[in-house]
Ligand binder design. Sequence first.
Ligand code: URA
Length: 205
Amino acid sequence: MSRADWPQGWGDLYEPMSVCPRCPELVKNRTQVVAGDGPPDARLVLVGEAPGWHEDQQGLPFVGPAGQLLDQLLRSVGLSRSQVYITNVIKCRPPQNRDPLPQEVENCRPWLEAQLARLKPRVIIPLGRHALVWFFPQESIARLHGTTRRREGVVYYFLYHPAAALHQPSLKRTLEEDFKRVPALLAEAAPAAPDKPQPEQLSLF
Ligand code: URA
């Protein structure tokens, strides 16, 4: 991802993120920081775990096999990537795609917090266990997938991680089923603004 692709007005966030020094092992091994991708006014934000090899190479989240499945799932419900913001709990690829260490998750926490503070999404979909526990520690994805929680005006909808689904056909079927609920949740949480003032509003003037 080049600077030209950074959301307009977000340079003050992406610039320091792109040179983040907080996790020495990740800094040493990364090709680049993978900040996130999508429009700054996205109503839906998807949060994965960490960049993998493809993401590290391209500087974009979810562009490898798991990303292809995610694109397919979005398309299956009439959404495209250009309508959603996608990011990860940690922004640098862990070596050999190991799980992020608790300290790395904590070091990276302020970046995701800052992104969410700017985006102010109506719906957040944590993908998989690492993203789920970032928002709701102690919870289990096997128990919560396909369910929602509302907190501070945001609807959270929990889904299995697409990479896990690629390895287990039964999880893939579950993820496909769970995904079907996304449009209804979005419509409920973020109804489209009316084109014209409604009659009741007009009568106020
Ligand atoms: N898996 C993730 O969690 N994030 C990515 O960006 C790619 C694969």
